[in-house]
Structures are given as C-alpha cells and as structure tokens.
Unconditional design. Structure first.
Length: 138
C-alpha cells in the first residue's frame, strides 16, 4: 500500500511540472511555427512546411502577435497588421485575451517551454507551436 502512495505522489509531481509559471511567459517572445492542431474529437493535422509564421512579443502582461513570411536570406516579409493581446491569470491558468476591430477571443496556455508551447482555444482545439528555426541559404 505504501508503494501506491509513493506512485500517486510521483504522478502528482510530474503533473505539476507542466504548469505554466509567470516566469515562463517571456518564452513566448520570438518566432513560432505551427507544428500541429489537435481537434476536439482527437484527430490531428500536422504542418510540415509553413509559409507564414507567428512573431510574438510581450512586455509585462501585454503583447502582440503578427504573421510574417520568412525568406531564404534570413529576413522576414511582414505587414503592419498585429493582433494585440493581454495575459490574465486565473487559478494558476494563463490566458491570452485577443481583441481586434473584428473579433475577440481567448486561448489558454496549456504548456510553455523555451522551444514549444500549446494553447487551447474556446472551441477546445489545441494549437501546438515550436520555435521557428530560420533557413539561411547563401
């Protein structure tokens, strides 16, 4: 019986490891590409090649996300369009709250590390991102 308690404690500790902390939020800064999308029914769509990627910049609990197109010289083609967001914490869960002229939506940050993050949309769709690695051909 003692082993059962130890096993439950270890599982609990492992589950806590994926919790997003406020100190992790600066990891969002930078260039990200979508890796896969997991739909509510469990089906997945994988993205092998992305022609556009997301650039995210946060300062404190405010930031923006914009689409950019990488090119082979290591630079990016971009526009002035950006989606502004604020980050709120509720019971230890961080949420990105977007607001544009046309729409408003929320995404919960499920996990966040230096090279990956996942958000859960209001439609229960998970978006898995990985840090973008530029291709530089000279």
């Amino acid at each position: 019986m003692r082993y059962v308690y130890i096993l439950v404690a270890l599982i609990g500790l492992a589950a806590c490891k994926n919790k997003v902390e406020k100190l992790d939020l600066p990891y969002l800064n930078g260039y990200w590409e979508i890796e896969k999308v997991t739909f509510p029914d469990g089906s997945e769509k994988e993205y092998v090649v992305n022609t556009s990627i997301d650039y995210i910049e946060i300062n404190d609990l405010k930031g923006y996300r914009k689409k950019v197109q990488p090119n082979f010289s290591g630079t990016y083609i971009t526009s002035n369009d950006a989606e502004l967001f604020t980050i709120y914490e509720n019971n230890g869960v961080f949420t990105l709250n977007y607001k544009t002229e046309l729409s408003e939506w929320h995404e919960k940050i499920v996990n966040l590390s230096e090279n990956n993050f996942t958000v859960l949309s209001e439609e229960n769709i998970k978006y898995h991102y990985k840090r973008f690695q530029p291709i530089n051909i000279e």
